[in-house]
Ligand binder design. Structure first.
Ligand SMILES: O=P([O-])([O-])O[C@@H]1[C@H](O)[C@H](O)[C@@H](O)[C@H](O)[C@H]1O
Ligand SMILES: [Mg+2]
Length: 280
């Protein structure tokens, strides 16, 4: 029983590695860029192609009927984002599409697996750095073959905090995001960072390079795999108001411990976002 989902986990690692190789290769050629929700929400043929490769191989391996799939590009093409109790794969084929387009060297493949709406494992392949982060519930978190752990810093003044500004540039949201960042900088913290991929940001918390990453506006596919990796590395997940973390809410604080999370939460200026599972 304790080895349940081991086969799926190991296969996800293989698929993520193969997907990462496709992304690296595509980055060597000319990249054709299109936009989705707005002028700065970028997508490329590689995002589509890699999602098809990942979902195709998972369906072939585990059968189409029993498993469900939530993939960033399928949802952006109109597939409903419905999270049920069935075994569900949650996939971001290219997390950090803007980085990919610009050759900014942080791009990740993110694959998570949930059953009964509980995340069982997560795989984040940071494919330019060639680092494979992975975790299965109850089995620890790893970067390649080394077990990783969150930092033990409790003093916010000795922390590095990660956040991102996303693609919604409405004046009210941008001003809240930057007001929050100013307040956090002034605590003061040692530094504020952002890699341009939420999945990688979470792995940076999991391996102790940063004490916390928070964002409002991320999607479930950006963070689902990272959630398991942070938890298994000893970290915590909370909502931006300090309540329980909800994968579909598009709001998240991941941190090494509750002291750091609570201190960050005090400064976050919350704004409204539409849930991933909202009926449109
Ligand atoms: O679009 P994408 O590159 O897959 O994902 C984005 C990245 O994770 C970015 O770091 C985060 O700030 C955005 O909220 C995400 O949408
Ligand atoms: Mg993403």
């Amino acid at each position: 029983m304790c080895d349940q989902w081991k086969e799926e986990f190991e296969y996800a690692v293989q698929v993520a590695r193969a997907a990462g190789a496709v992304i690296r290769k595509a980055g060597e050629c000319e990249i054709k860029v299109q936009t989705k929700s707005c002028a700065v929400d970028l997508v490329t043929q590689t995002d589509d192609r890699v999602e098809k490769i990942i979902i195709g191989s998972l369906k072939e391996q585990f059968g189409e009927g029993t498993h469900c799939f939530i993939g960033e590009e399928s949802v952006s093409k109109g597939k409903p984002c419905v999270f049920t109790d069935k075994p569900t794969w949650i996939i971001d084929p290219v997390d950090g599409t803007t980085n990919f387009v610009h050759g900014f060297p942080f791009v990740a493949v993110s694959i998570a697996f949930a059953v009964n709406k509980k995340l069982e494992f997560g795989v984040v392949y940071s494919c330019i750095e060639d680092k494979m982060y992975k975790a299965r519930k109850g089995h620890g978190a790893f970067c390649d073959d080394e077990q990783i752990q969150v930092s033990d810093v409790k003093d916010i003044n000795k922390s590095i905090i990660i956040s991102e500004h996303g693609t919604d540039r409405s004046p009210e949201k941008v001003s809240k995001i930057f007001s929050t960042m100013q307040k956090i900088l002034r605590i003061p913290v040692h530094g504020l960072r952002g890699s341009g991929t939420a999945a990688t940001n979470m792995c940076l918390v999991a391996c102790g390079a940063s004490e916390a990453f928070f964002e409002i506006g991320i999607h479930c596919w950006d963070i689902a795999a990272g959630v398991v990796i942070v938890r298994e590395a000893g970290g915590i997940l909370l909502d931006v108001d300090g309540g329980e973390f909800d994968l579909m809410s598009r709001r998240m604080v991941s941190a090494n411990n509750k002291t750091i999370a609570d201190r960050i939460i005090k400064e976050i200026e919350i704004f409204e976002v539409v849930r991933d599972d909202a009926e449109i």
